[in-house]
Each structure stands twice: as C-alpha cells, then as structure tokens.
Write a protein that binds this ligand. Structure first.
Ligand code: ADP
Ligand code: MG
Length: 248
C-alpha cells in the first residue's frame, strides 16, 4: 500500500468574480521511505498541492489519503518546511525552536529528554555549536537547517518541503542538498520535495512528478534511476535533464 494516495484532486480559488482552477484532477502516490520531487514552473500549483496535503486547504473534489485513511485536516503526521527564512520563532533560540513542537506533541517525558532529542537533530544539521543563538544571528542556510531539524525531530510520517533551498546561494544550496540526502538515507523518512529546479529534482529524488500549468496537473511521473552519488556532469544526468526540460 502507498503511504499517501492522491486521487482526482482538484482545487480552485475564487477572487472577486473570477474562479481560477489551480489544480485539475491530479493523481499521484507516495511510497513509504521515498524522496519524491514535485517539479513544475512557478505558479503551476505546487504550494497549493502541498497545502492540501498538509490539510491547510480542502480539495474541491477528489481525495487525499494517508495510510488508507482520508485526511481530516492538519496533523503532526505531516510537517512543512518552507522557503521563507523567517519560519523560526524569532524570540526563541535555535534549541528552543526545536524543543517547542516536541512539547506541543508531547514527545519525551521531561524537558531534559526533549532537549536531548532536539540536540541530537541539531547535531545532524551541524548546528550543535549554535544552540543558544537567536534566528537573527543565523545565516539563511543555518535557519533552513534549523527548520529542517525542527521538522525531523517530531518524526512525521511525511515531510513536506516547499522549495526550502530556493533562496540560498548555489554553494550553500549544494551543501544543504547533500545534508538532506544524508539525513534522509539514515532516517528512512518520507519526503515530498517541491522545486522548480530540474537539477535539484534530479540530484535528490527517486521519482519526479512533473507538473504542467494553467491548470496545474501531472504531466508525467518519472523514475530517477541515476546511481548515487549523482554526477551532474554525467551523460545520463544530461539526458534526463533534456527530457524533463522538453516536458516543461
Ligand atoms: P507554485 O507554488 O507552483 O508557484 P501556487 O500553488 O503558489 O504555485 O499558486 C498557483 C496559482 O494559484 C497561482 O496562480 C496563484 O496566484 C494562485 N493562488 C494561490 N493561492 C491563492 C489564494 N489563496 N487565492 C487566490 N489565488 C491563489
Ligand atoms: Mg510555491
């Protein structure tokens, strides 16, 4: 059974007198433990899709089910990581930012235990030396690492990542992509990774859902069988890049 199943999902937005069909009859599935990319041009409905999966929005028609059960709103089993650098609580330290959702979700039995969990995840994103820093004292890349640790620490069924690295410089983006891959491989987590960057989708994921726009829909689902670690300069990589570029 697939972990997540999306069937004939449609969603539109009404603004004034206009009705905009954003997603049209989308079908896709996510397997447990996979890193799936959703790739498409800006405005094709990727964030809308993630917000539907997160339960922040309701579908007009169609269904989304997790482990065979239809979704009934937001829950701790699905956690979002955003592109925006300002997703941390500015008045909390890095450590407090990661501890806070653990407390809400009643993970761990004491403050000490929650801090230990938080420290463990912060070490994995190499922020162990910045535990007591506030967000304004961090670079963009460090903020995204903290947001990643915060999401991972609660052990969600699915991590929903909405172009988390898109605002970073190229060098930092590469570092974070590698970090994400390492964590994913170690933790067996399931990730839906939204991006508009073909290269990023090819570097990271097992499968790529290529979306078309106006209205947003699934154009093709591609298996990415490139061997890891992936080489952007290899012929196979270039071939796949060209194929997807043609689709978009
Ligand atoms: P993407 O993430 O792929 O760039 P979005 O899901 O953010 O695309 O947006 C898809 C389309 O839906 C855009 O045309 C956008 O303007 C529209 N849209 C998104 N959210 C809303 C909203 N709350 N109200 C009206 N239109 C919206
Ligand atoms: Mg978006």
């Amino acid at each position: 059974m697939n972990l997540l199943e999306i069937k004939d999902l449609s969603r539109s937005f009404v603004t004034g007198k206009n009705k905009l069909l954003v997603l049209q009859r989308m079908n896709m599935s996510v397997k447990k433990g996979e890193l799936l990319s959703v790739l498409g041009p800006s405005g094709c409905g990727k964030s809308t899709l993630l917000r539907l999966i997160a339960g922040f929005l309701k579908p007009d028609s169609g269904s989304i089910s997790l482990k065979g059960k239809p979704l009934s709103g937001p829950d701790a089993d699905r956690i979002m990581v955003f592109q925006d650098f300002n997703q941390l609580f500015p008045w909390k330290t890095v450590l407090q930012n990661v501890v806070f959702p653990l407390k809400l979700k009643k993970v761990g039995s004491s403050r000490k235990e929650r801090e230990e969990i938080a420290r463990r995840y912060l070490a994995r994103v190499q922020l162990d030396e910045f535990l007591h820093f506030y967000p304004h004292q961090l670079s963009g890349g460090m903020k995204q690492r903290a947001a990643l640790a915060r999401a991972l620490a609660t052990s969600p069924e699915i991590m929903l990542m909405d172009e988390p690295f898109a605002s970073l410089d190229g060098q930092t983006r590469s570092t974070l992509q590698e970090m994400l891959l390492k964590i994913w491989q170690e933790s067996e987590s399931t990730i839906i990774f939204v991006t508009h960057d073909i290269r990023e989708a090819l570097l990271l994921s097992d499968r790529i859902v290529v979306m078309g726009s106006s209205p947003g829909r699934v154009k093709k689902v591609m298996e990415n069988k490139l061997t890891r670690p992936r080489d952007q300069l290899s012929r196979d990589f270039t071939e796949m890049y060209k194929e997807i570029y043609g689709l978009l």
